[in-house]
Design a protein around this ligand. Structure first.
Ligand code: MN
Ligand code: MN
Length: 352
């Protein structure tokens, strides 16, 4: 009697320990969505939802920096066992087709092949400050008032018929003590408010499209660059996606001083916004979302002068190697790719 009771107790304890270990282990491997650094000691959500689709607001946590792999601010991104209450009423009438939502791990996807300048959430490294959004990742440069680069995944799940939102606005996810560039800083400058992540690359939802109009995704672009070879290449990228391909794109500006409709300028708004000398883009082209990167994987890189007079030129004329853009910018693209493969795909100049 005593023996069997003891046996049961022992078994239960073992089961308990195993269960405890399992739960603990599981919590450790949960994806954590980083939030921006606290200015006041509390964490703020830079966007409305975590990468698993839960509302961000109530779930933010704060961990002291140092030694941990956890970002300073993060969301415990555990999938909720029950569906979270939807704030909008469930439509009962017309059965509308469910839009394809971006992949669950969309935030991580944008840096899947590397973080070109090792941008971080450290507020004191304000010229290489990481902004992670569900729609793209940015290295922001506070002194320049523009991004160093924006990186994004592009596959069919991101495309759709959402109308262009045109809601250019300051990015409130920047630390509150920093100047936040406004749409009017570009007014009458002779330069376009040029998108890095193209508006049409984010057409699946209103939220996604609207995110491309944050001023941290915008650079002063000469109209002939923006509406000429630059937009041609953007359109070509979406054509590749419509053929079933998956792209990883990084874009930015380099150098200082361009020429817009009102002549040459090095900055706008009294020095608040730097005008790049050229705009560059590097693209990794996978034939499908499950294809592994290999020595034969296609890359496309361009560097286009930020000047007038190039509108009728073809985007193909501006092709260079990824290596060339790395030299110009000082960044390392595709650093997550094995070195021998990386050097092969970065050395060639696309000719397709
Ligand atoms: Mn554009
Ligand atoms: Mn590289």
């Amino acid at each position: 009697m005593f023996k069997s009771r003891f046996k049961t107790l022992a078994l239960l304890s073992i089961a308990g320990v195993v269960l405890f270990w399992f739960l603990g282990h599981n919590i450790n491997v949960q994806a954590q969505t980083p939030l921006r650094d606290p200015v006041t000691g509390s964490c703020e959500c830079p966007y409305d939802r975590t990468s698993t689709g839960r509302l961000c607001g109530g779930n933010s946590s704060y961990s002291k920096a140092g030694g941990s792999v956890k970002p300073v601010c993060y969301v415990e991104d555990q999938p909720s066992p029950t569906a979270s209450p939807s704030p909008s009423p469930i439509p009962t009438a017309s059965p509308s087709p469910t839009p394809t939502s971006p992949p669950q791990d969309s935030t991580d996807a944008h840096l899947k092949y590397g973080n070109p300048s090792n941008a971080t959430f450290e507020v004191d490294k304000s010229d290489n400050y990481l902004l992670l959004k569900p729609q793209y990742a940015i290295s922001y440069n506070r002194s320049k008032g523009i991004a160093n680069w924006v990186s994004w995944q592009l596959n069919s799940s991101w495309l759709g018929d959402t109308p262009r939102q045109d809601d250019f606005r300051p990015d409130s996810s920047l630390p509150s003590s920093w100047y936040r560039v406004t749409p009017t800083d570009y007014t009458n400058s002779g330069f376009d408010r040029g998108h890095l992540t193209s508006s049409e690359d984010r057409g699946a939802t209103v939220q996604d499209n609207s995110a491309t109009f944050l001023m941290t995704n915008i650079i002063p672009q000469s109209p002939d660059n923006n509406r000429g070879p630059w937009v041609q290449l953007e359109t070509y990228c979406r054509e590749l996606v419509k053929q079933g391909k998956e792209l990883y794109v990084v874009a930015g500006g380099v150098g200082e001083g361009g020429t817009g409709e009102k002549g040459a300028m090095t900055s706008l708004a009294g020095g608040k916004v730097s005008v790049p000398a050229s705009t560059w883009k590097v693209i990794l082209v996978l034939n499908s979302s499950w294809e592994q990167v290999s020595e034969t994987t296609r890359t496309i890189a361009v560097n286009m002068s930020n000047t007038q007079g190039i509108r009728i030129r073809k985007w193909q004329e501006f092709r260079v190697s990824v290596d060339e853009v790395e030299q110009q910018t000082g960044y390392d693209f595709f650093s997550a790719i094995e070195p021998t493969v990386q050097s092969m795909i970065e050395a060639k100049v696309d000719n397709q």
